[in-house]
Design a protein around this ligand. Structure first.
Ligand SMILES: Nc1ncnc2c1ncn2[C@@H]1O[C@H](COP(=O)(O)OP(=O)(O)OP(=O)(O)O)[C@@H](O)[C@H]1O
Length: 396
């Protein structure tokens, strides 16, 4: 942890009581977690995992049924409304559906929390101008929300959430209603909020791309529990829980799905191996050199390398040509430096049970490329190209 936690969950639980027809729900179930001041922290999980409830415990929109939540050194347990209002004043929130006031202009929406906090008119107007400038929609001050795009609406939401200078910004699925390009713009803005204003940002999402793009650390939730926590890069490169593996697979799409593998085997009946690429293994050049030095000729047939937390990460599927002994020796050598999954050949396929959960969810997408052609064929300029960050490297 780089700095003091600004938010601490200590065995925190939130149980919604059952009724005559419905069972009780343990929406948050014994969560212990620290969020450091100044970080962008992601909370990821499938629908119903308890993410929203967890985050609503931070600004006491929900109260714990047991355990504690401590925000900025203040234990929220048993705090009265007046003190809670003070804590809430230091926390801004943005939402998937933006929650703007339709009857107010953009400037009016941003001014609203300042009116509630009784800022004098002059200061209010100056603050609204400053905020609209910061989020890049100063020219829309007199426009009504209905005339704005989704991305612009979320910018207004962010400006409004920042109005009273909070130390924490909670973003509840803030980009889920936006297209990928607009999502990136909004995430870039949240990064500026974090870096330029020093605000701790907590992002709830069900999209691993959001974590990949901008979170420093992440907690993975399932059935009300945090099943895994770590730096974004660690979570991607060494996912432990099955649910985390599924999320990683859907984001990177670098490994062939079962269907893709079946097609690959038709075109590439030889030995297929999936080789992990990360900061340690470095470049594909080093990997291909290891193989060639042992008399094995590799051809990239599938894969993708992208950036996670500004570091290279992904995998490449190679078809290896060479004698059985040479291939076995080369694969053993690679295994010493990176993850290698040996998929066998078309005639003698092997399954990799430890990765089945991840692969089952993986679908070919923009991060992965099937490389056309037969074994040994190369694309002009090297291996597969593209990937969202353009980081895919040549294989020679
Ligand atoms: N006020 C409530 N009363 C009863 N049950 C609730 C209440 N709020 C949430 N729940 C239940 O708690 C569980 C967790 O819900 P929560 O909204 O926190 O999950 P989530 O991970 O944010 O999912 P989503 O992304 O779908 O909102 C769900 O089973 C939900 O039905």
């Amino acid at each position: 942890m780089v700095s003091e936690p600004i938010i601490s969950f200590r065995d925190a639980a939130k149980v919604f009581p059952g009724g005559r027809r419905r069972p009780e729900v343990r929406a948050v179930d014994g969560v212990t977690l620290d969020i450091a001041a100044g970080e962008i922290f992601g909370v990821i999980g499938y629908s119903g995992a308890g993410k929203s409830t967890l985050v609503r415990l931070i600004n006491a929109l929900e109260r714990t049924t047991s355990g504690a939540v401590v925000v900025g050194g203040t234990d929220l347990t048993g705090l009265g409304e007046a003190r809670l209002r003070e804590v809430r004043a230091g926390i801004g929130m943005i939402f998937q559906q933006f929650n703007l006031l339709a009857s107010r202009t953009v400037a009016g929406n941003v001014a609203y929390p300042l009116e509630v906090a009784r800022w004098p008119r002059g200061e209010r107007e100056a603050r609204v101008r400053e905020l609209l400038d910061f989020v890049g929609i100063a020219d829309k001050a007199d426009t009504y929300p209905a005339q704005l795009s989704g991305g612009q609406k979320q910018r207004v939401g962010i400006a409004r959430a920042l109005a009273t200078n909070p130390r924490i910004l909670l973003a509840d699925e803030a980009t889920s209603a936006l297209d990928p390009e607009t999502t990136r713009e909004v995430l870039r803005l949240l990064q500026r909020v974090n870096r330029e204003l020093g605000i701790t940002v907590v992002i709830i999402t069900h999209e691993m791309d959001v974590v990949r793009y901008c979170c420093d650390r992440v907690a993975v939730m399932e059935h009300g529990k945090v099943v895994e926590t770590g730096a974004a890069y660690e979570i991607f490169s060494r996912p432990q829980a099955a649910v985390t593996r599924r999320f990683v697979a859907t984001s990177l799409r670098d490994r062939p799905s079962d269907e893709t593998l079946a097609r690959l085997r038709e075109r590439h009946p030889g030995r297929l191996v999936v080789v992990g690429i990360d900061e340690v293994t470095g470049s594909t050049r080093a990997i291909t050199q290891v193989l060639r030095d042992r008399g094995v000729e590799p051809a990239v047939v599938y894969g993708g390398i992208t950036e996670v937390a500004n570091k290279p990460y992904g995998s490449l599927t190679f078809e290896l040509a060479g004698s059985d002994d040479a291939v076995a020796a080369a694969v053993a050598h690679l295994r010493a430096v990176t993850d290698v999954d040996d998929l066998g050949t078309a005639r003698a396929p092997r399954t990799v049970p430890s990765l089945a959960a991840g692969r089952a969810e993986a679908t070919p997408g923009r991060d992965a490329r099937e490389v056309p052609g037969t074994s040994g064929e190369r694309r002009p300029g090297g291996g597969p190209t593209g990937g969202p960050t353009g980081l895919v490297e040549g294989n020679d």
